[in-house]
Design a protein around this ligand. Sequence first.
Ligand SMILES: NC(=O)C1=CN([C@@H]2O[C@H](COP(=O)(O)OP(=O)(O)OC[C@H]3O[C@@H](n4cnc5c(N)ncnc54)[C@H](OP(=O)(O)O)[C@@H]3O)[C@@H](O)[C@H]2O)C=CC1
Ligand SMILES: N[C@@H](CCC(=O)OP(=O)(O)O)C(=O)O
Length: 412
Amino acid sequence: MTLVDKCKKLCKASEILATMDTKLKNEALYQVGLSLKEYKAFILEENKKDVEKAKKDNMKESLIDRLCLSEERIDDMIEGIHNIIELKDPVWKSNELWTLENGLTLSKMTVPLGVIGIIYESRPNVTVDAFSLALKSGNCILLRGSSSSINSNNALVYAIKEGLKKSPVSENVIEFIDDIDRSVVKEMLTLNEYIDVIIPRGGKDLIQFVVKNATVPTIETGVGNCHIFVDETADIKKSIDIIENAKVQRPGVCNACETVLVHKKIANLFLPKLYDRLIERVEIRGCQETKKIIPVNSAIEEDWYKEYLDYILAVKVVENVDDAIFHIRKYGTKHSEAILTESLTNANKFLRQVDAAAVYVNASTRFTDGGQFGFGAEMGISTQKIHARGPMGLNELVTVKYTIIGNGQIRE
Ligand SMILES: NC(=O)C1=CN([C@@H]2O[C@H](COP(=O)(O)OP(=O)(O)OC[C@H]3O[C@@H](n4cnc5c(N)ncnc54)[C@H](OP(=O)(O)O)[C@@H]3O)[C@@H](O)[C@H]2O)C=CC1
Ligand SMILES: N[C@@H](CCC(=O)OP(=O)(O)O)C(=O)O
């Protein structure tokens, strides 16, 4: 089937899905959950093929981890679906209703976007997350996952469609691009007649390619060069635990910490402890001041810009909170930033002055995630400054429609 044929099917299905009852959409999600359970062994088998190929192609360990599925990870996807079932339907809601002097009653209602296209990284859970969020928000979805997860995604889409066949929702609400040639991505970007919004979820090259070539409106996700600033009043034990989590728990993801900034007044006490905790697992690259305190490799200017997605951490000693904010402004990607402090004044300053989608006080940047925020899953993490910023859940997948009820009014 051609891409345009797939899109035509989605458009047709979206006319029905857009106004479907919540109960029916939830029933469909439930059936998809059951189907994923039923096809678990098949999905794992197909995933194994992708992982073996990735190993042969020398994919980085942290990225293989992102691609790998396990029984537990499939259970997590199913749990995500159940969480989405429990969430409020975002469609046909209004917080704004008003009446004009001429008697016209206006309301701003939420409606689905229509057909959403998503291009995403080698992370098979996105297939299920994106589909589930789209369905609950009344949207059809066109999926283009990475070529390196083609077998996993094909299997997941098969299981989703089998689930839909047993439900009140058409299996045509989801289509998958199984052609791994990147030229199809380019074609997708100009199908304005069929696709309402495209979400590119991935690295800088993908985003630039999409922004340059798309005529369909897009919501960009973004790279995460995330920082943690250890203030002079930081609780040392808490700080070491947080940094370890933000760096090591899953280093291949966009919300992992890449640079730690340390207040000069706490550096002598703090850095040796950080070193002891991380050095067996993490390569530390430090500024000149850091190197006077702990025996690490040198960080060069380039390091401050790097999103390593690996067991590497850059460390810099800074003058104070203002200096930390200055550094983040210069090198950050406006994704997730954290301050570790016991000072309310500095916490407030950081929260107000750091320009990012998610700004934390005394917590790990790893929480920037739709599931963790209570959205069930996420469509991606927007680093744009449009209505959708940060993890995109159900409420970010609707637009609005004004309804105007009159009784014969005409404009003079
Ligand atoms: N903010 C967020 O929500 C997220 C951010 N990210 C960021 O993404 C990066 C990691 O993703 P990465 O593994 O590099 O994924 P990529 O950006 O390499 O790939 C993502 C998808 O885009 C496709 N693609 C990439 N470049 C092009 C291009 N020039 N033309 C057409 N298609 C293209 C890929 O296809 P194929 O693989 O088949 O070539 C894949 O399907 C990190 O920087 C991370 O921070 C990742 C996920 C979420
Ligand atoms: N929100 C996700 C991370 C976002 C994401 O998918 O990023 P990436 O692993 O870079 O593809 C999580 O916390 O696992």
